[in-house]
Write a protein that binds this ligand. Sequence first.
Ligand code: MG
Length: 482
Amino acid sequence: MRWLSLGFCAILPLANVVGAEVGSGSADFRELGNGNRPNTPNIVIVFTDDQGYQDVGCFGSPDIATPNLDRMAREGIRFTSFYVAQAVCSASRAALLTGCYPNRINILRALNPNDQHGIADEELTLAEVVKQRGYATAAFGKWHLGHHPKFLPTRHGFDVYFGLPYSNDMWPRHPTHGKNFPPLPLIEGDKVVQEMPDQSQLTTWYTERAVKFIEANRDRPFFLYVAHSMPHVPLFVSSKFQGKSPRGLYGDVIMEIDWSVGQILEALKRLQLDEHTLVIFTSDNGPWLVYGDHGGSAKPLREGKGTTFEGGMRVPCIMRWPGQIPAGTATNELAATIDLLPTIAKLVGVELPKDRIIDGKDIWPLMSGQPGAKSPHEAYYYYWNQELQAVRSGRWKLHLPHAYPSPGEPLGGGGKPGRLVQKKIGLALFDLEADVGETTDVADKYPDVVRHLQALAEQARDDLGDSLTKRTGRNVRPAGTL
Ligand code: MG
């Protein structure tokens, strides 16, 4: 395979590239220093776990204080129709890091310690994209694209890794399935350095490493991926934030994540890297509602994690890059985690391979606030596992008939899950501009819209498959195996 490094400056203000060696993929970035960089912004992605759409102050939380995220939004842009690719951990992370629907690359559901597969060597991760431009790369936190050494971050483009290889509840203290799980490993590089780590320290440990990584790489471009284990249950918080939120432990955990973001932003400012750094904050899926007070909130959206309603798939998203992203703005245009890889590839001047489909699109026009910028997606597909459950185009979202789990009575609490009830939805059309809560089916009123969305769904079935209609996708690639 051939990789091309192309200088890309068409959409960046000239000031950013003056004096830069645009087009030179082999530039020695260390020598260039902060004030005279080539077109290689630092990239920081903070990815939280199961944080709901409403669980950030500037996304409407009534009782959780997030001053650092709110400041980040005042200095950047909020995306209010930002989607993950599936409302579950591994599938969502696969999409973020490869720019593909998880069905495309066969990483579905949440991988567990018995799984023998993971991300394929042939897939191109975001870390491998920026590596082509000499970036230092680090992943701190939850990985969840395979826990065997060959699937770990250090084999997929990251120079360093520290964190949990899968979810923090996959351990013997699981409230209902503890017998299924071995001791929870904490990994550094590709070695287990601790079993059953003190989870109250995870957010602090990830943050300390993130700040040290920024300091160590202040004079060269870097990609920092901080994938918090929290606020996925079981919830843990350090003494710094214990008992601080009126929302209880869940609120404390979010406050600590907000502190972590603040530490990263403070380091960037202190090292004068603000104007060289794109920072992106988002969550891997909606809240785990069946855990009651230990789950988050997706209000005003319907349902949460594990469903293809907006509450499962639409997540809070903030992007900040002083001088490039206009401050204090918001867009309601549809964008998604799959868009980050192609957008960043273009920003840093890496041409993506032509021998495969990459589903994401360039959303820089939205990020940079270009007047009249529109979502590049004619259709966005909502899969749960291999079921194509819904499709969105513009303001319209069509649910295809499917079952879904919904929290029943009594709700969970104190770290224990409640009862899930299986519900069903038939063919139903929602106008997300008028009815973001998906309350009123308007399919009868707009038969042409329904037909159009059904045709778009048919394209996805042919391309990616759909177990609801027993279809096999013609363009899917295998996961990696041992
Ligand atoms: Mg999750």
